[in-house]
Design a protein. Structure first.
Lengths: 344, 334
């Protein structure tokens, strides 16, 4: 079914500019109609009958998995909105400034009725260029939102110096080197950069190289030794840009050109997310299995994994397996050793 | 999966198609008139010898519908609760002050109506008195008890049993998780909820003893009691699931009966009011009549382009109405 309604999750700490972006999406002429699920009425300046107020209700699932939570209110609202199918092209879910994006994302994988009718498009996080650094220190919610994001709007760049922007960008990259970062003033951005991203579409997992800072276009091998001196909190990159390593939230990127054994890989990754799932926010992988002509791709949110054969490997494409985890206090050595043990 | 039931008896040639004008979300009989509840705005009355008549009831989506013998009660995203009788006359029962969605309704004894908005459940008696019950979380489901003036309210981590005319606090039934649909057994001895997980939970009300009814492939969205309350028929699998409630302990320690397997999930079930026959609608649009005693099947409607979304029997069991997600609808006289 290709007619699933795409859903964009809009997060961002209090005051970062979510409502500004929302008002832009609703007021700019783009020929698309959006149903918007907001957490607070009244802030939206646009009169739209498809603006729905939500009271966040997080439900734990009785499946023995503590991090498997869903937004019960969203399930009901999406079910109700689907009765007006044809009146809108996409749905935007605005979360509260203190929200963890995971329950929203998990709702689309856990609830069969929602998953049948709607699909997660991307998690878009609006960050305040001036205050994000402080929030990353004192607000775990803000760090979650950055770690979870597919697209980050580094907003209010007019209020800070170029040096400060590079600094905060480096902080973001230290947590999440995979999100697409856009620097904005008053959330001014072409909307296709934010909407219709297909970030959770397995067919769109093309490449998962980490992104480094702009102007830094030669190839980086991220397999470099990560046991650098943490006391200094950062080391200087080749071109002088700072490269931060967040003490708590990191990403881990591993690649191998050894073909994998699916009978080793699947039990390993399932066991990993079953045990460390609460700390693993997002995961993605492109895998080359022994004697398998097709690329296998997967992605995950905490303990929920979704994977499929994607397409045949191309002749000119190196048959490498690459996996990425973004999470809190990741057991790096354990993951590296476990993954290495999946070789065929 | 193609329809492999080529040898199965069929009454599909007797369908009187009804052009409802939109996707159907529910259907009820008011006397001999099948009334289709549409996803948006209107009800479609489809009497046998006259044209389909559309009655506008809500200014947006219709989120919930329930019926007694004489009227259909609907809740909408316009914050209204509307009752519509067989003549098509509408009565506004309530309008939510904050225009919250009314996404659960129930029809009760003596013209009573219940509805929910967010974390509040409301009852309006036949005499027009209104009461409200504060619920710990959003209301997942509402059901009036078969005897007495009592309302079950399903919510996160349990259900409340509320006597709207009593001052006493509602009785709490607790079980971890999100409880959505709710139904009393016709003898009033059991309360069953459908959960966010693919499972049912039940309580024997005399001692609050728990019953877990699991093994489903999907969330159970449809439950229906067979004539006399012997069986609880449910969706949630690619066959009809029937839990036995004849015994004193209900289904405790028993396995369900599984009938009418098909290549698609059951979307909706509706038991015949007098005989042990169930109308079973599937996600591929197939509608079967299944006899509980021996599993015999009759095709009521062949698979189509969309899931069966609504099935109802007339009170005497002589007519069956169905509606689908794509708007296909019809009535069969048996």
């Amino acid at each position: 079914m290709t007619d699933k309604i795409p859903v964009t999750v809009l997060t961002g700490y209090l005051g970062a500019g979510k409502t500004t972006l929302l008002n832009r999406i609703l007021s700019e002429p783009h020929g698309q109609k959006y149903a918007v699920i907001v957490n607070e009425f009244g802030e939206i300046g646009i009169d739209n009958e498809l603006v729905v107020g939500a009271d966040e209700e997080i439900f734990e699932m009785n499946n023995g998995c503590i991090c498997c939570t869903v937004r019960g209110d969203l399930i009901r609202i999406i079910d109700g909105l689907m009765r007006r199918k044809g009146k809108f092209d996409a749905i935007i879910v605005e979360t509260t400034g203190l929200a963890d994006p995971a329950p929203v994302a998990q709702t689309f994988f856990v609830d069969d009725a929602v998953g049948q009718k709607a699909k997660l498009d991307a998690v878009v996080t609006v960050a305040d260029a001036k205050w994000l650094k402080d929030r990353l220190r004192d607000a775990p919610e803000a760090k979650n939102q950055i770690a979870f994001a597919d697209v980050i709007l580094l907003n209010k760049t007019d209020l800070v110096s170029d040096g400060d922007i590079r600094e905060v960008e480096a902080r973001i990259r230290g947590i999440n080197p995979y999100a697409k970062i856009h620097k904005t003033e008053r959330c001014a951005i072409p909307l296709p950069e934010v909407l219709g991203r297909n970030a959770f579409d397995l067919d769109r997992i093309l490449d998962i190289e980490p992104e480094f800072l702009g102007g830094d276009d030669h190839h980086h091998d991220h397999d470099h030794d990560h046991r650098h001196d943490h006391d200094g909190h950062h080391h200087h990159h080749h071109d002088g840009l700072k490269h931060y390593h967040d003490e708590e939230m990191q990403s881990l990127w591993i690649k191998t050109d050894k073909p994998l054994d699916p009978d080793k890989f699947f039990p390993w990754v399932q066991d990993l997310v079953a045990k460390d799932g609460p700390n693993i926010l997002r995961s993605k992988g492109i895998l080359a299995f022994k004697d398998d002509p097709d690329r296998f791709v997967f992605q995950g949110v905490h303990m929920i994994l979704d994977g499929d054969h994607q397409r045949p490997w191309k002749d000119d494409e190196p048959r490498e397996s690459r996996i990425v985890f973004i999470g809190r206090n990741l057991p790096e050595e354990k993951i590296r050793e476990g993954f290495a043990g999946c070789a065929a | 999966m193609s329809d492999v039931r080529t040898d199965t008896a069929s009454v599909a040639d007797r369908i009187r198609p009804v052009s409802t004008g939109g996707p159907v979300v529910a259907v009820h009989f008011l006397g001999a008139i099948p009334v289709f509840v549409l996803g948006e705005e209107a009800l479609a009355f489809a009497p046998r010898d006259a044209a389909v008549r559309t009655v506008s009831v809500h200014g947006g989506a219709i989120l919930a519908a329930a019926a007694d013998a004489s009227r259909i009660v609907t809740g909408g995203d316009d914050g209204k609760v509307i009752a519509t009788d067989a003549a098509g006359t509408t009565t506004a029962i309530a309008t939510d002050a904050k225009r919250r969605w009314i996404d659960r309704v129930a029809a009760g004894p003596d013209g009573a109506v219940a509805w929910a908005a967010g974390k509040q459940a409301f009852v309006r008696t036949g005499k027009g008195e209104q009461r409200v019950c504060e619920v710990p979380s959003s209301v997942g489901g509402l059901a009036f008890a078969p005897k007495g003036f009592r309302l079950a309210i399903a919510h996160y981590n349990g259900a409340l049993l509320w006597f709207p005319n009593a001052q006493a606090a509602p009785e709490r039934l607790e079980w971890k998780g999100s409880h959505l649909g709710v139904t009393f057994s016709p003898d009033g001895r059991f309360l069953v909820t459908a959960m966010q997980e693919p499972t049912l939970h039940g309580w024997r009300l005399v001692d609050s003893k728990h019953m877990r009814m699991s093994g489903y492939a999907a969330k159970v969205r449809s439950m229906s009691w067979s004539a006399g309350g012997k069986w609880l028929a449910t969706s949630g699998s690619d066959q009809l699931i029937l839990w036995p409630f004849q015994a004193k302990d209900g289904p405790m320690g028993k396995s369900p009966q599984l009938l009418a397997p098909a290549g698609h999930k059951v979307a909706i079930v509706a038991c015949h009011p007098k005989q042990d026959v169930v109308g079973v609608g599937y996600e591929d649009g197939l509608l079967l009549l299944v006899r509980i005693d021996d599993g015999a099947e009759i095709i009521a409607k062949r698979a189509g382009t969309a899931a069966v979304a609504a099935v109802a029997w007339s009170a005497d069991g002589s007519m069956l109405a169905f509606g689908c997600e794509d708007g296909e609808a019809g009535v069969i006289e048996l």
